[in-house]
Design a protein around this ligand. Sequence first.
Ligand SMILES: [Zn+2]
Length: 219
Amino acid sequence: MNLILIAPPAAGKGTMASMLHEKYGLVCISAGELLRGVDPNTELGQEIRALQAKRELVPDEITNKLMKERLMKDDIKNGFILDGYPRHMPQVDAVNQMCEELNLKIDYALLLNVDYDLALKRTIGRRICPKCKQTYNVLTGVNAPKIENMCNDCNVELTTRNDDNEETFKIGYSSYEKNCKPVIEYYREKGILVELDASKDPQSTFEQFEKIIGSKNND
Ligand SMILES: [Zn+2]
């Protein structure tokens, strides 16, 4: 089973990918990790880091090439999940071309739905224990610390990640909306879009997936 994972920020994409990995042995291929994994001592590695430092997007030709090389490795034979890719229509064309050349097929595109307000609360309410790295949320009511702003285990004051602010969230969300909408519509028309409600806990999102895929496989 080969999947594409599409989600706005704070929809729980990473958790979903690791649950799919554990249950089905699917290999998670994250576009961000592929880019970060390029040796910084190479010209390409330096070019990528310079762009990322300026918060600019890496050109498609680089991402596409790395993705194709990754999909040529043997460990994807039991299935894979593409995370953060394709992020806009030109990359969808690239995926289609790669699949044709490598004789691969995308079975489903999973869309994790979460509304704007909840995604915002998940982001700006996130707190981290600097000692044990446990994460909490002070706005959603899920994973709230027992004592205000303190780690349950370490009795240490919780901190915030630099990126977890409203401005960064808004930029990420609007770029998602603009770029991913056509991608979502493309896979919907193709009949392989699976929409999941990601507003509850990760387990519930995963159960929806199993229910839908299970019923499709029994058709
Ligand atoms: Zn702690």
